[in-house]
Each structure stands twice: as structure tokens, then as C-alpha cells.
Design a binder for this molecule. Structure first.
Ligand SMILES: [Zn+2]
Length: 873
């Protein structure tokens, strides 16, 4: 006999083809129904979609119902959390996913309790690191729908293992979170039972009754009775909840174990190529994630070590603003234009909040330092390792020329990149009335930094009256530093790795193709119209800036492409897209690429293609907390239609920050800021999808995705904004190595994408950042410089993913082993901590407190293992 655990729920997308304003009104009335049904005993329990943000929004509108909701949560009737939002798992940073749970659980605690199940009924694929993340919150049960390959695991119940032995008991709601709606609508009991039996290996089946923004089914008890009477299979239907279901499922023995990610479209749509919709949102989200994780939080730990309040409640509010954009539809960009506009507005708010918080604390610390005096430049290393590199900073001076010295008087090498003359007095219509003595210079310079881990470094600008002669270099067609030589010959880019003496000839171009898809998926036009253009840089203007420490090649011109799908059908390239590509070398072990275009065409996709000298059958890219290898030619790429799969299993994959390929002693990686999609093409060339421009939310019958339209199957919803006809910038870098050391690649990515915050003490230029215009008190008690708050220089093959202030007197450092081996992590040094303890991701102690004697041994790490250390100062 099978026991069918029926649970009532709603799936509540915060926004989608409707905006959050539209859905919150629906929620306000929906909650009346939910509370009434629970209070009157019409329903025993109700699952509020595993996320807290909608409840927080609800209480903002109807605060008088707080106690009523709390009572229902406390009595176990209304099930809430553990997530803050129904997060995407594949293009969102792992630290963001951790914060989503952390703040979800924290917000739920106001109401009493939270669901201890990783409930993600609709996310477009599951990261392989979810067992590690959920176990980090003492959660070992998981419910999801999409991504499990039928031929790998046909079962609904299985054990999902992380590479570090973390483990989840999974129930895969194979037929979707809405399938149980049939219990209400359909009297065809046999058909429903046949469907839910498929893949069921145990005596217990979970049946979700609910749907998108669906009303409460007040007749659930009646319908359960009807199914009990009508079942010919002797099934027992019970009104249950996910906890009760798992309590029974847990007794099952011999469930199969499965490892890895779930991104397969055999059973449900997975939208492999949604990672490149609304590139503009993805770029901004990536920028804010980096700002919060690698600037704001470590800066607040520096502040805290100086005795300044790290304002953790403020950080929480900024995080929540960002997490609102991580819900699966919101993050992926498959929304109506008006919804995408509100997402963009929230991203812009989160961006402003995060950079203003950084700007404020940097200035506060800088102006309060003991040694603080005019023309000091204070640099902040927010990473826990030494940084020896070239950084760009802004210097304001009265004189045109200056030198920069360190504290002991050594001259720090710098190179002028740009200089502007500005006026400090009141602006006037007639500039001839300006006072000559009120002019100043704003110079953008590259300087050679040498910074200790998680430290403050003070430099000094010395203004010079005399002129400095800048040596003009003979013009050439190449630039080189200690690692690479880059040249442009007849519009072709050649890159030589000087360490291994490998040359990639004619190695970088832009592929432009038609996109007949929608905001969910890329889809090529019909074969006979699928004209693809390999855009090189012939006839481009090439400018070289070959400075001592910072070198760049600027290539500018116009790409010629069809205006839209109609012109593409005729192979007419009638539209010019102006571009500028800047390739930079500054001894950073990479070639930095910065491409700006003004997109004037529709319905197309552009990808940056790197031709490599490697033959490889698989790619390596980073995931939430580790890396993954994926085959370049997936199984069933040729027979997926016959097998009835929901979409083509194209090798188009998500990445967070880097992707590469390797062959014996050779590797090539591409690093990116905000680009989230790649494909390894024939001949092992790497394609980064820069962007896709499409004009509809969802379309039916795509070549890569047959059948009904995604989104709303009954209507074409136009999304002209998603054509991205605007100026777009793309930032990526290329690094060539003799081996694959993934920890090193992570470090190179950090040095590439995490800038060095800095501040110059000066009063003449009040516009270096927005808040600079206002006067600010320095702290009453002067601050000493701090150095080496956390020094991870000596770690062996361990990645640090975050440094977070917990309260006024403690902070955490999170470590991960990215490799597939057991690693002895080694020691970190701590300059100020008194004691430490190991904690889980929810900051719960899992070891005894130990005193710190200058260094801490972080011990052995299993493959992929995450550990969080709490340091008390
Ligand atoms: Zn959804």
C-alpha cells in the first residue's frame, strides 16, 4: 500500500510577467484565505512557498496581522522559510545563496519556527553544492523539481551526496509543484495515480496541491476523501505536510546515492541558455555581489578591528535588497519589461547602498587615522592575501605634476592615464570670470601597489611645481609585460604566453548569430537562415599605450550585422554596431579585455570566442562552492526529441566567474565579471555568451525547445527592452597556464575582479564620490593603522570565500577546498583575535572555544569541504 502525503501550498513568484506590486495585492487577500482555512480547521497546514520575503512584504502592508501569523507559525500550521527568496542556484554566487538562507532563517525566527527542508520547487536547475550549503544550516532534507536526468536517476527519492560526504534526503517532485491540483479538478483517479507512481520507490508519495498564486483549496478534505474512496490501487491519501512525509521517508532503506548538479532537460524544461538573458541585470548583480562580499563586509571587519561599529543591521538590509533579485525568475531575466524595470531599479538601489556604505567607511577610517594628514592616500586590501599589483586610482592636486611615496619615503611608481583640469569655485556662465587660483587637477593614474593581507596602507602624494618629462615610446603594434605579449596584425589578435612560450594566433573574435528564442532560451533561426558571422577587427583603428607599468591596445571600429531576423534571412548586413575593444597588460598574469558596443540590432546573440591550443573533451568552471567538469558533447544531443525530452541538452552551461579547458600541462581560462554563460565549441574553442537580444517573454515551438511557450502559454508578451538596444560593456580576461591549479585560478580571478578601495585626504575636490560633498567628523579617538587582520598567505590550496562581521566583536572567515583531494589547510595568522571557534553557516558553534596564539591551524579539508571559522576580538 502506498501512502500519499497531500500538502497544500502556494508557489509565489514575487514577480514574473506581473510586477511585485501586482502580486502583493493578490497576496494580501490570499493570506486572509490561508489564515481563515488554518484557523477554522479547513486545512491542517499550509506551506508558504519556503520563502520569507513575501511574508515580510505582507506584514509591511498589514502589520496588524503579525500576531495572528505568528500564532499560526508557532502552532506548526503555517510553514515558513527557510529561504529569504526562491533563489536561482546556478548564476548566483554561493555566498549569496548562504545569505539567502541565513537571512531567511533569521527573519523566520521573529515568527517562531522555520521549515527545515531545502524547498526549491521551481529553480531552473540545482547546483552540485546544495548538499554542502544546506548541511551547513543543519538541513538534511530537500525538495525540488527540475533537472534530474531520467536515465541517471528515475527515482523520486534518493540520497544526494556532496563530494565532501554532505548528504541530503531528496524527494524529487517530478511532475511539478502544481501536479496535485489534479486532485481538486480531476476525477480520473487512475490517471493521477499512474503519474505519481512513476519513479516512486517507497511506500510514501508526496503530492503538492497548489500552484502559481493559486487560491486556497477549501475543499481539500472532501477531495482527499473522494480519492480514498475511488482508489483502485488501495492507496491511502492523507492530509500531511513535508515534515511528516520526510519523517516516514527517512525509514526507507537502500535509497540510491546520486552526486553532482541537476541541469538535465529530460523531465522538465531547464532553460539552458537563460544564463544570458538580460545581460545588463546579470552584470549589475555580479558587481553588487563582489562589492558586498569582497569590499563591504571585509571593510567592516577592518572597521570592527579598529573599534568601529560594523553596522550589521545595515549590511542585512542591503543584502535583502539584493536577495530580492535572486528569486529564480528575477535573477534569470524571464520577465515582462515592466517587471524587469522594477528589478533593475532594485539592483540600482542595492548598488548605491553598497558603494555608499563602502565610500563612507573608507573615508571615516582614512580621516580618523593617527597619521592622517593632507594628501595621504589610504589603500585598503580587502583580501586576506598579499597583493602586489597595479591598481588604478584618482589623485587630486593643485599642481599638474606629483610623485607618490610610501611611508618611509620610497617613490612608488605610477603612470598617468588621464588628467583633467577642474574648477573648485562657484560655477558661472562666463568662465572668463573664474579665479585662476581655484583650479585643480584630477589625474587617473596606475600605481604599483604592495599590500599586506586585510590591511590598510598609507601613501603620500608630493605635489611638484616643476614639469616632469614623460618619455614617448616608439609606436609599435604590440604590448608586453612579464607574462604575455599581445599584438594586433591585420585586425587579428595574437597572444603569446611568455612563461610557456605558447602562442595563440588569431585567437579572439566575436561570433554573431540570429536568436529566434525568447527570454528563457536561445534558439537558432531555421537552418537555411542561420547565418553566423565571425567578426574580426580588420579595418579597425588600433591605438597603443605602451607605458612602463600599464599597457593597452585600443581597437575600435564597427561590426556589420543584420538588423533583425528578416534581414538575416536574406543575409543582409545593413546595421553597424560601433565597438571599442581594449586589451590590457599590467603584470597580473592575464590579458584583460574590455569590450564596449552600442547594440543597434535585434534578435541576435554575440559571443566572444577564444581559439585555444588545447584539445579537451570537457570544461572546468566554478560553481557556488567549488568547480565542476562538464562534457563538451552531452549525451542524447542527437536523440533528445525521440526520447521526448523537454528541450535540447545543448552544452550551453552556467558559470559564476571563470571557465577553462586543460590538456596535459596546458590550460587556458577565461575569467569574467558578470558574464554567466559559456559553451566549448568544436576544436576546443571557448565561447563566452556576451548577450542575447530577444523580443518576447516566451515563444512556442522553438527549435531547441518544442511545444508550448514558456512563461505564459496563451499569449505572446512582447519585451522590446530585452533586445538591449543600448550601450553595453563586457569585461573578461584570458589566462594561460602550464597546469590547472584551480585555487590559483580563483586567486587570479579575485585579483582581476576585486579592485583596491582607496581614499585621498584632500578638500579641494568634493566630488570624488557622492558623499564627499558633505562634511564629516573624524572619530574622536584617533585610529592606529591595522595590518594583517587575517593573513591567509600560507594556506595550502584553500580558497577563502568570505570575511563577514558577525557582531561588534566577532567575524567569520569561510574556507573551501576547491580540489578533489584531501588538503591539509595549514595556518592562518590573526593579528588581533583573542579566541576562535568553528561554526556552521548559521554561526552556530560546532567546536569548543580556543585561545588564539597568533596563528590558527585550519586542519584537514575533505574534497569540496566548506568550513567557517569565527574569530572573537
Ligand atoms: Zn517560479
Amino acid at each position: 500500500m502506498k501512502k500519499i502525503h497531500v500538502y497544500p501550498h502556494t508557489h509565489w513568484d514575487y514577480e514574473w510577467y506581473f510586477t511585485s506590486n501586482e502580486s502583493i495585492i493578490q497576496l494580501i487577500y490570499h493570506m486572509d484565505e490561508v489564515m481563515e482555512a488554518l484557523e477554522n480547521g479547513e486545512l491542517e497546514t499550509y506551506l508558504l512557498d519556503g520563502q520569507l520575503s513575501i511574508l515580510e512584504e505582507y506584514i509591511k502592508f498589514i502589520p496588524s496581522n503579525f500576531e495572528r501569523v505568528k500564532k499560526l507559525v508557532e502552532s506548526g500550521k503555517l510553514l515558513i522559510g527557510p529561504w529569504y527568496t526562491q533563489t536561482d542556484e546556478l548564476i548566483i554566487d554561493g555566498e549569496s545563496i548562504v545569505r539567502n538562507l541565513f537571512y531567511g532563517i533569521k527573519s523566520a525566527s521573529k515568527y517562531g519556527d522555520y521549515l527545515k527542508i531545502g524547498y526549491l520547487p521551481d529553480s531552473f536547475g540545482q547546483t552540485k553544492d546544495l548538499p554542502k550549503i544546506l548541511n551547513g544550516f543543519d538541513i538534511n532534507r530537500s525538495i525540488f523539481w527540475r533537472g534530474v536526468a531520467n536515465d541517471v536517476c528515475p527515482n523520486r527519492e534518493f540520497i544526494w551526496k556532496g563530494e565532501d560526504d554532505s548528504s541530503l534526503l531528496v524527494y524529487n517532485i517530478k511532475n511539478g509543484y502544481f501536479y496535485g491540483g489534479n486532485l481538486i479538478y480531476s476525477d480520473d483517479v487512475e490517471k493521477v495515480e499512474k503519474t505519481i507512481l512513476d519513479g516512486s520507490q517507497t511506500e510514501n508519495i508526496l503530492l503538492p496541491v497548489g500552484g502559481d498564486q493559486r487560491y486556497v483549496d477549501f475543499n481539500l478534505k472532501e477531495r482527499i476523501a473522494y480519492y480514498n474512496e475511488s482508489s483502485k490501487n488501495n492507496f491511502e491519501y492523507v492530509e500531511s505536510d513535508c515534515n511528516k512525509f520526510f519523517d516516514e521517508l527517512e525509514k526507507s532503506k537502500d535509497l540510491i546515492e546520486v552526486k553532482g548538479e541537476f541541469v538535465n532537460p529530460s523531465n522538465s524544461k531547464i532553460h539552458r541558455s537563460i544564463y544570458s538573458s538580460r545581460y545588463d541585470h546579470k552584470y549589475l548583480n555580479d558587481k553588487i555581489e563582489r562589492k558586498l562580499i569582497y569590499h563591504l563586509e571585509p571593510l567592516m571587519v577592518i572597521a570592527q578591528n579598529l573599534g568601529i561599529d560594523p553596522k550589521i543591521e545595515m549590511i542585512e538590509e542591503i543584502w535583502k535588497k539584493l536577495l530580492m533579485n535572486h528569486a529564480h525568475d528575477s535573477a534569470c531575466g524571464c520577465n515582462s519589461d515592466k517587471t524587469n524595470r522594477s528589478i533593475l531599479a532594485r539592483l540600482i538601489e542595492a548598488d548605491q547602498l553598497s558603494y555608499s556604505a563602502c565610500d563612507y567607511i573608507i573615508r571615516k577610517i582614512s580621516e580618523s587615522l593617527n597619521c592622517s594628514e593632507e594628501d595621504n592616500i589610504i589603500l585598503f586590501n580587502t583580501l586576506p592575501h598579499n597583493r602586489e599589483e597595479v591598481s588604478k586610482i584618482i589623485v587630486t592636486t593643485k599642481t599638474k605634476n606629483f610623485i607618490i611615496k610610501d611611508k618611509v619615503g620610497n617613490i612608488i611608481e605610477h603612470q598617468l592615464l588621464e588628467r583633467k583640469r577642474e574648477y573648485a569655485g562657484s560655477i558661472k556662465k562666463d568662465e572668463s570670470q573664474y579665479d585662476d587660483s581655484l583650479y585643480y587637477y584630477v589625474s587617473k593614474v596606475a600605481i604599483k601597489c604592495s599590500l599586506e593581507p586585510l590591511s590598510i596602507e598609507v601613501l603620500k602624494v608630493i605635489q611638484l611645481e616643476e614639469e616632469i618629462n614623460i618619455k614617448e615610446k616608439a609606436s609599435s603594434n604590440f604590448i608586453e609585460d612579464n607574462f604575455y605579449k599581445v599584438e594586433v596584425v591585420d585586425g587579428r589578435i595574437n597572444i603569446t604566453d611568455k612563461i610557456s612560450n605558447r602562442e595563440l594566433k588569431d585567437c579572439l573574435y566575436i561570433e554573431e548569430s540570429g536568436d529566434d528564442g525568447d527570454t528563457y532560451d536561445y534558439s537558432p533561426p531555421e537552418k537555411q537562415y542561420d547565418f553566423r558571422y565571425n567578426l574580426d577587427f580588420k579595418n579597425a583603428k588600433v591605438d597603443i599605450n605602451d607605458g612602463e607599468i600599464y599597457k593597452e591596445i585600443k581597437i575600435s571600429g564597427e561590426f556589420k550585422v543584420p538588423m533583425n531576423l528578416k534581414d538575416r534571412e536574406k543575409n543582409i548586413r545593413n546595421t553597424e554596431i560601433p565597438y571599442e575593444l581594449i586589451l590590457t597588460l599590467s603584470n597580473k598574469e592575464m590579458v584583460e579585455c574590455h569590450l564596449e558596443i552600442d547594440n543597434k540590432a535585434c534578435d541576435h546573440r554575440m559571443r566572444a570566442i577564444l581559439k585555444t591550443d588545447i584539445k579537451s573533451k570537457e570544461s572546468i568552471s566554478d560553481t557556488s562552492f567549488g568547480t565542476i567538469r562538464r562534457g563538451n558533447v552531452p549525451a542524447h544531443i542527437n536523440d533528445w526529441r525521440e526520447l521526448g525530452w523537454k528541450e535540447e541538452p545543448s552544452p550551453i552551461y552556467p558559470m559564476l566567474h571563470f571557465v577553462g579547458i586543460e590538456e596535459k600541462n596546458k590550460s587556458v581560462f577565461m575569467l569574467a565579471k558578470g558574464i554567466k554563460e559559456y559553451e566549448v565549441l568544436e576544436k576546443s574553442n571557448i565561447a563566452l555568451t556576451l548577450f542575447r537580444s530577444v523580443g518576447f517573454l516566451g515563444k512556442p515551438d522553438l527549435i531547441r525547445r518544442p511545444g508550448i511557450a514558456s512563461g505564459n502559454e496563451f499569449r505572446y508578451i512582447e519585451t522590446p527592452d530585452s533586445q538591449l538596444k543600448e550601450k553595453l560593456k563586457f569585461k573578461f580576461a584570458i589566462t594561460i597556464n602550464n597546469e590547472v591549479n584551480i585555487t590559483k585560478i580563483n586567486k587570479i580571478w579575485k585579483n582581476y575582479s576585486i579592485t583596491i578601495p582607496n581614499y585621498q585626504i584632500q578638500e579641494i575636490n568634493r566630488f570624488t564620490n557622492t558623499l564627499k560633498y558633505f562634511v564629516m567628523h573624524p572619530l574622536k579617538d584617533k585610529l592606529e593603522e591595522v595590518k594583517d587582520i587575517v593573513d591567509c598567505n600560507d594556506l595550502n590550496d584553500i580558497v577563502v570565500t568570505s570575511i563577514i562581521p558577525v557582531d561588534k566583536n566577532s567575524f567569520t572567515v569561510r574556507f573551501v577546498n576547491y580540489t578533489d583531494k584531501v588538503i591539509d589547510g595549514g595556518n592562518i595568522k590573526v593579528s588581533k583575535g583573542k579566541s576562535y571557534e568553528w561554526v556552521n553557516m548559521n554561526n552556530k558553534e560546532i567546536s569548543n572555544k580556543e585561545n588564539i596564539d597568533s596563528s590558527i591551524n585550519i586542519g584537514k579539508f575533505k574534497s569540496g569541504e566548506i568550513k567557517t571559522l569565527k574569530i572573537n576580538i
